[in-house]
Ligand binder design. Structure first.
Ligand SMILES: Cc1cc2nc3c(=O)[nH]c(=O)nc-3n(C[C@H](O)[C@H](O)[C@H](O)COP(=O)(O)OP(=O)(O)OC[C@H]3O[C@@H](n4cnc5c(N)ncnc54)[C@H](O)[C@@H]3O)c2cc1C
Length: 346
């Protein structure tokens, strides 16, 4: 039986085939073009999880995962810039009404693209970004180590920890302003194209209406944890793309492993409550890395010396895979990953 794909899956596929994949090697060596961002904004994909009442599609998680696989497999840098947007959208949906009413509509309709600066919260009790009350609003000080999409996105959701131990998320424009300075875009082993910077915050002041979410750190961390132990659809997307470079004899067994890990990870995501089976989710995340490493390594080997050319798809996918191993890494997932790597038999 065949089912008609969700319209956003069809649109993601068209974008991938017509625009992202044909230019992926050039983009990898430069930066995500504004034309790619404009196409993403027009596509409806930025509102994939947003409520219909605000102009979004409220699509099921399975559709969001499938589009993420398609985009990441076509051009990981473009996928990474646009994927930042979905955390701010989800934060607005359950967050404070003033920020929601001002921003959720334009973000759901793709008029505004948001980045997010929050992974540093996971370093708690270290607080790279501190927030204190000042003049009826909030003052931010410290360093955001990673912020992707600088110069490409319109707004950013910035997180810090208050002196009373709350996680606080507030929106501001994604540009230099008093109290906010960006480094030059980083040159990285992969995804340089996604324009990642670090941000120096030195008395950045944001009004109360900018705040989207304020919650005791422990409550926020408990909700965040499932995200960092769950397998990423982008890992499956990059794996699929690498399998496309292999002959059937090599790809076949890897495809079977991919299907099995993906099925188990997505079944858990759909059928268990978010805080359940965290160990099993993490084990599947690590297995997804193993399949990705095998597939991207096989693609390199299969291409021979030509794989080393900077315009070879195999080396790009291998470097993107290297990045995905670290994306969203926490102390817990690093420990588990290192111990899994140390156990691999000869
Ligand atoms: C190219 C790129 C772009 C990114 N873009 C964004 C973005 O736009 N927005 C965003 O929010 N994040 C972004 N990130 C952050 C990304 O998700 C983090 O890489 C990931 O969360 C791991 O963080 P880390 O490298 O800072 O910490 P890691 O060094 O991987 O450490 C993980 C955690 O363990 C703790 N830790 C560090 N060292 C030790 C140690 N020796 N022993 C025990 N614990 C330790 C840290 O406090 C940290 O919380 C980006 C990262 C990269 C590489």
């Amino acid at each position: 039986m065949t089912t008609t794909p969700h319209p956003l899956v069809t649109r993601a596929r068209q974008l991938a085939d017509d625009l992202l994949a044909p230019h992926a090697e050039t983009v990898d060596q430069s930066e995500v073009p504004t034309g790619h961002i404009a196409a993403i904004k027009r596509s409806g994909l930025l509102g994939i999880g947003a409520p219909e009442a605000y102009g979004g599609s409220a699509a099921p998680a399975s559709v969001a995962r499938e589009t993420a696989e398609i985009l990441s497999g076509a051009c990981c840098s473009t996928w990474f810039v646009q994927t930042q947007h979905h955390t701010p959208v989800a934060t607005l949906v359950k967050g404070a009404p003033p920020a929601r009413e001002r921003l959720l509509g334009p973000m759901a309709r793709g008029e505004l693209l948001s980045g997010v600066a929050y992974a540093h919260l996971r370093a708690y009790p270290r607080t790279p970004v501190r927030v204190v009350r000042e003049r009826g609003g909030w003052r931010f000080d410290g360093t955001v180590p990673w912020y992707t999409g600088w110069g490409l996105n319109d707004v950013m959701l910035l997180a810090g920890v208050t002196d009373t131990g709350e996680a606080l998320f507030a929106f501001t424009e994604a540009r230099e302003q008093p109290g906010l300075r960006a480094s030059p875009p980083m040159r990285l082993a992969a995804l340089t194209a996604a324009r990642t910077v670090s941000l120096e915050l030195d008395g950045l002041w944001l009004p109360e209406e900018a705040v989207a979410l304020r919650a005791p750190y422990e409550r926020w961390a408990a909700e965040d944890r499932p995200k960092t132990v769950t397998a990423s659809p982008a890992v499956f997307g990059v794996t699929e793309a690498a399998l496309g470079l292999l002959d059937d004899d090599t790809a076949g067994p890897l495809r079977t492993r991919l299907a099995e890990v993906r099925h188990r990870a997505y079944t858990l995501a759909d059928e268990a409550a978010p805080h359940e089976h965290l160990d099993e989710r993490l084990a599947l995340r690590l297995r997804s890395y193993e399949v990705m490493r095998a597939a991207t390594t096989a693609a390199l080997v299969s291409g021979g010396g030509r794989s080393m050319a900077l315009n070879s798809k195999a080396q790009r996918l291998a470097r993107e895979a290297m990045f995905l191993l670290l994306q969203g890494q926490t102390a817990e997932s690093r420990r588990a990953h290192l111990s899994a790597l140390a156990r691999i038999p000869d």
